[in-house]
Write a protein that binds this ligand. Structure first.
Ligand code: F6P
Length: 323
């Protein structure tokens, strides 16, 4: 078994609150275990450009409460080519990197898997606000993003009530509806439109609103996941059909920022520590995951072949609670 002396960590893809907690945990548990820890700036792009520096216990001081990622992040086109991968392996050799920890989403893990096939030992830590990585029940940033959305919903509800309006709120999640379904339940939405489920605008939006109005409701909230999109058009249609004044809000990048919640700080810390632990134990090519409330590690190829479907019970519950 090759002795691991030097490990490197990078953040890749969309940033997520709690990534800094994971970086901090990797650096501190790495140094605690006698390893040299390098920080790679701007994801795989930084690996190709040698934008790399040694991290100390102090380089990760005062970051656990900060959103974004101190290592910055990027989406690199060059890395995703055979030449780019070879260059990444050469740069890793130049810097003496024995193992690479990648904090990001499944696109970033696919890049890590490609590197593993060229001999690099890689460990993935799930970091994305979307919670759309199949092998894990939780991804760093998801809780903070949902709390940001919920805060927006509560504010929108105040003004919707005052004006007796309907609001259509589009939330992030790429092709997944995890943020939408949970925030819809927590925010008391009349309708939640998800990319995972076909929808009929009259049956799923107009009828619940009209029936709600007949029961005495004074304001209405429709959550649309970005994977469905079209919040502005949906709002227009609702207003035409119901004559209820309807406004659309697309929350956008506000969902990616902000100080991480306690859940994201603790999950980031636990995922980061487990990634280093895997390397100390001599494991290769793993993804760290939360499954049934336990931190586990899974072979990266197996992890990337898994699928995860939206929870039908949550969808059913959201409909009952919207009555
Ligand atoms: O994956 C996180 C996320 O914010 C998605 O919800 C969204 O679809 C995407 O990133 C936006 O990516 P970009 O930062 O490239 O605009």
């Amino acid at each position: 078994m090759k002795q691991i002396n030097t490990i490197a960590v990078l953040t890749s893809g969309g940033d997520a609150p709690g990534m800094n907690a994971a970086v901090r945990a990797v650096v501190r548990t790495g140094i605690y275990n006698g390893l040299k820890v390098l920080g790679i700036y701007k994801g795989y792009e930084g690996l190709l450009n040698g934008d790399i520096e040694e991290m100390t216990l102090r380089s990760v001081g005062d970051i656990i409460q900060r959103g974004g990622t101190i290592l910055q992040t990027a989406r690199s086109k060059e890395f995703n080519t055979p030449q780019g991968l070879e260059k990444a392996i050469s740069m890793a050799k130049v810097f003496g990197i024995d193992a690479l920890i990648v904090i990001g989403g499944d696109g970033s893990f696919r890049g890590a898997k490609d590197l593993s096939q060229l001999g690099m030992n890689v460990i993935g830590i799930p970091g994305t606000i979307d919670n759309d990585i199949s092998c894990t029940d939780y991804t760093i940033g998801y809780d903070t993003a949902m709390n940001t959305v919920l805060d927006a919903i509560d504010k929108i509800r105040d003004t919707s009530y005052s004006h007796e309006r309907c609001s259509v709120l589009e939330v992030m999640g790429r092709n997944a509806g995890w943020i939408a379904v949970n925030c819809g339940i927590a925010g008391g939405a009349e309708a939640i439109i998800l990319p995972e489920k076909e929808f009929d605008i009259d049956k799923d939006i107009i009828i619940p609103i009209v029936e709600g109005r007949n029961r005495g409701k004074k304001h209405y909230l429709v959550i649309v996941a970005e994977g469905v999109g079209g919040a502005v058009e949906i709002a227009k249609y609702i207003e035409e059909k119901t004559e209820i004044t309807t406004r659309a809000t697309i929350l956008g990048y506000i969902q990616r920022g902000g100080s991480p919640t306690i859940t994201d700080r603790v999950m980031g810390s636990r995922f980061g520590a487990r990634a280093v632990q895997c390397l100390v134990e001599g494991k290769k090519n793993r993804v760290i995951a939360l499954r049934d409330n336990k931190i586990v590690d899974i072979d990266i190829t197996e992890a990337l072949n898994m699928t995860k479907t939206i929870d039908n019970e949550l969808i059913a519950l959201s409909k009952i609670l919207a009555l």
